[in-house]
Design a protein around this ligand. Structure first.
Ligand SMILES: [Zn+2]
Length: 315
């Protein structure tokens, strides 16, 4: 058994998820704690307390910690600087530097979707694959690009942020980022729910969706399975936008595979069908056949990826 440990952390607006790993990446324990305080110092203090507690509980006290990986819901540059993390209220915080006051081991920081991409690439659906584009479809749309086994960190913190690619310049509704017509407005759970609301207001067509009090992306995909024509139109719109965005990603990265994760990916094959249909229409010939896979690690992708960041730097 390897002796050293790694701590993988996934900081979210509601919960902070933790994983205690051995250096080979095997998970010893995972747990989560409510994000009650979001100031950078409070979060780091919490990570320290939680890690020490878990080390003790697992009988690992005294074992060397190789490093701590932290995924943050915001844009992060290649030097651990969080440019902006609106859910935490962070702006221009160098979390890697600040962490030096709390930990005497190396700390690696990345955007949470970027970290999740690394998790899926090494421990999940992308196992054995060298280059991959990971897309997370949840409340928003995030992503991560892996080339030659390494996460594309980018220069300014924007790498893999596919949710804010401009897809529709005719759009008048604003995205959370302030622009109008971002991918996220058509391909996220929130986006699909919004589109459904608009669609129902603009048509008298019969649809299962009209009888629901609240329409979420899940109901839309359930209705697609029932061949509901309005839901199918929404699925087409979703597929067109995401398929087109990923065809652009293929032109830049030409990955071995696309891996689709996040809460919405629970819709499964029906969701992939729409994306693949349009992707194959739009992609340039050499990348037309790129396979699409559903992510395997679910909510754990972030902690696995955070552990992988440490492995990449220190193992
Ligand atoms: Zn946007």
């Amino acid at each position: 058994m390897s002796k050293k440990t790694i701590i993988g952390v996934d900081v979210g607006g509601t919960f902070v998820k933790f994983g205690l790993f051995l250096e080979d990446g095997s998970l010893l324990e995972k747990w989560q704690a409510a994000t009650d305080q979001t100031e950078p110092d409070a979060v780091l203090r919490r990570i320290k307390q939680e890690s020490e507690r878990a080390m003790q509980k697992s009988g690992m006290t005294g074992r060397e910690v190789l490093g701590i990986g932290i995924g943050v819901p915001g844009s992060v540059d290649g030097h651990g600087m969080v440019i902006s993390a609106p859910n935490l209220g962070w702006s221009m915080v160098n979390i890697e530097k600040l962490a030096k006051e709390y930990f005497c081991v190396p700390v690696s920081v990345a955007n949470d979707a970027n970290a999740a991409a690394l998790g899926e690439q090494f421990f999940g659906s992308g196992e054995g694959c060298d280059s991959m584009v990971f897309v997370t479809l949840g409340t928003g749309v995030g992503g991560g690009v892996i080339v030659n086994g390494r996460l594309l960190a980018g220069a300014f913190g924007g790498a893999g942020e596919i949710g804010h690619m401009l897809m529709n310049e005719q759009e008048t509704r604003a995205c959370t980022c302030g622009k109008c017509g971002c991918l996220e407005q058509y391909a996220s759970a929130r986006g699909i729910a919004e589109m459904a609301k608009e669609k129902l207001a603009s048509t008298n067509q019969k649809t299962i969706l009209r009888s629901l009090d609240v329409i979420t992306a899940k109901e839309v995909f359930d209705a697609i399975r029932e061949k509901d024509s309005v839901a199918v139109e929404l699925g087409e719109m979703f597929g067109k936008m995401l398929g087109r965005a990923l065809s652009y990603m293929a032109s830049a990265a030409d990955p071995q595979m696309f891996v689709i994760g996040g809460g919405m990916s629970a819709a499964g094959d029906v969701l992939l069908e729409y994306v693949e249909k349009y992707y194959r229409q739009y992609a340039f010939a050499p990348s037309k056949r790129t396979p699409f896979l559903l992510a395997r690690l679910g909510n754990d992708a972030g902690i696995f990826g955070a552990a992988r960041m440490v492995q990449l730097e220190h193992v």
